[in-house]
Design a protein around this ligand. Sequence first.
Ligand code: CO
Length: 211
Amino acid sequence: MKTYEKLLQENKAWATGKLAADPEYFDRLAHLQTPEFLWIGCSDSRVPANEITGTQPGEIFVHRNIANMVVNTDANMLSVLEYAVNHLKVKHVIVCGHYGCGGIKAAMSNHDHKQVLNMWLRNIKDVYRLHRQELEAIHDFEQRADRLCELNVKEQVMDLAKTSIVQRAWKHEQRPDLHGWVYGLKDGLIKPIFEMKAETHIDPLYEFDDL
Ligand code: CO
């Protein structure tokens, strides 16, 4: 059997198991999607949103990319954010990074990762530059990378708050709260790093006054 065929076989077993436990399971899910959370996480295969939070299909709306970035020209991420906030009416947006992130480490190197990847990693280098003094006081590379994971998550949460999507929902519906978390590959635990409650005031430079 080919490796990908195993996935299809496992899928059949999973669907059968779900139906056996709850005959209405798929009927219910097919007709209703009301997740309370939007998750913006890293594409890393070791950080599956549902599994590490003990949630089921239907509970978390998910966007993943390399190093869980909120890039304000990324139509993919912005579409997901727009849909989650304005149509699904999520109450919380979670940016979840993880220690040992390959994207973070790649951005700390001077290696040419070729265009497109260079382009993406540039966004992380910009975060590094903002926190250079703190980061360069940490001499151990792994520890410095882990601190950058935390600072990066914080910056991405602040970037969410700079969008008119979030600011409009804050003003008119007092949601969503924004959360920055970092997951530990070594112990499986999520560490909350940073939080912005709905209606927090940010740098006035980024605040829209006519939403
Ligand atoms: Co990663």
